[in-house]
Ligand binder design. Structure first.
Ligand code: DNO
Ligand code: MN
Length: 373
């Protein structure tokens, strides 16, 4: 297992690589070119520059005697253009053009040493929350989801609400460009069924996976977050049955999961440990985090420790340890602690402290179970 930490890039993240260097156990920086829109090609020079920044040390750091470096083997995410999910031209791009661009990007990432690429297959939007700074009983804040609020709101007003509360940082999946074309996308999804989505998904995999095999890159799909339909658009990567179906669309080992146990477990009917054991061979990357069910499909994010919420994070780490999991893991969102809301003003869910605590909890569980194994 390799421990990772998500980093949004210089000038785009309140956390620095030098901070992450002081979190014991982190080997991999999980990165992306966050300025890229879905469907756009990533240039080799841009990729190489970002990889060099992550894996290198500047002179000043060397002079201070720093030697600890990271690898840049995991990208989260290369986003899938809506034309691919819809199986038709939309926003001025045909699905085959979008696929060609995706393949080019994958090949270039492979050349730069990237091993795993995360993506999701959610219509129109990435993750959703109704409160980004929800107060917890210990005085910290965390991401929070209330289903009735979403049901009562238009997508535009919910997004405007989220955008107004992000300390000015654009959330991935909520870029202004995507929001501007909302009406076109909403119309394009009219009448699109789950079966349509799976057919389009298979077409995408058949086109992209051979290139992944050649490039030595494994794709890992991130489950829907939250794991049920929102705004009437079909989400097809939500439950255990969905994951099994998605994997059956293409048998290549290069097609697998970014199994996010926090997202997956937001649906109270799902068993995270069972999913880990079932899909072990196809889990290339995993997010381990905790949420607490509040009833009615509502949940709050909580600390990573199992007893803090509804997700058996220790059971999850035990399942990975017993199988000798060789993929990548990262803590996912964290709470906002120790006044970082007012001092560092981090990206919602991506402050430094709680993710650093999460890393230690997950590694502690891993070490204990490996010791027994
Ligand atoms: C939620 C996060 C997501 C994830 C993307 C992957 O749990 O991990 O924002 O990064 O959905 O494409
Ligand atoms: Mn996740």
């Amino acid at each position: 297992m390799k421990m990772g930490f998500r980093w949004y890039g210089e000038g785009n993240d309140t956390v620095t690589l030098d901070h992450v260097r002081q979190v014991p156990g982190v080997e991999t920086i999980v990165w992306s070119l966050h300025g890229k829109q879905a469907g756009e090609v990533w240039e080799q020079a841009e990729i190489d520059a970002e990889v060099a920044k992550i894996t290198g040390l500047n002179d000043e750091a060397r002079a201070r005697g720093i030697t600890r470096t990271f690898d840049a083997e995991v990208v989260e995410s290369v986003n899938v253009h809506e034309s691919i999910k819809l199986g038709k031209t939309v926003l001025g791009l045909s699905r085959d053009e979008a696929i060609e661009n995706y393949v080019t990007t994958i090949r270039r990432l492979g050349r730069a040493g990237v091993k795993v690429v995360c993506y999701n297959f959610m219509p129109v939007f990435d993750w959703l929350r109704t409160d980004l700074w929800h107060p917890l009983p210990d005085g910290s804040t965390a991401l929070f989801f209330e289903r009735a609020v979403v049901d009562a709101m238009s997508p535009q007003s919910l997004i405007a609400d989220m955008e107004a509360n992000t300390h000015g940082l654009t959330l991935p999946g909520w870029e202004p460009e995507r929001l501007a074309s909302f009406a076109e996308l909403d119309a394009a999804y009219e009448g699109v069924t789950r079966e349509d989505m799976y057919a389009h998904y298979r077409y995408f995999l058949d086109a992209v996976i051979p290139a992944c095999e050649e490039a030595g890159v494994r794709l890992g799909v991130h489950p829907d977050d939250p794991p049920y339909d929102v705004f009437g658009w079909p989400r097809v990567v939500s439950t255990k049955d969905d994951l099994a179906r998605v994997l059956s669309l293409n048998d290549s080992p290069n097609h697998g999961l970014t199994l996010c146990l926090g997202s997956f477990s937001a649906n109270p009917g799902q068993d995270a440990v069972d999913a880990v054991r079932t899909f072990m061979d196809r889990i290339h990357f995993t997010h381990v985090r905790n949420i607490k069910h509040l009833g009615n499909g509502d949940f709050t994010e909580v600390a990573h420790r199992a007893c803090e919420g509804s997700v058996d994070t220790t059971g999850i780490m035990r399942a990975y340890a017993e199988a000798g999991y060789e993929g990548y893991v990262r803590p996912d969102h964290g709470r906002h602690l120790w006044d970082e809301n007012t001092t560092n003003k981090p990206r919602p869910g991506y402050g430094l402290y709680d993710r650093a605590l999460g890393v230690q909890y997950l590694l502690g569980a891993w070490d204990a179970f490996r010791y027994d194994a």
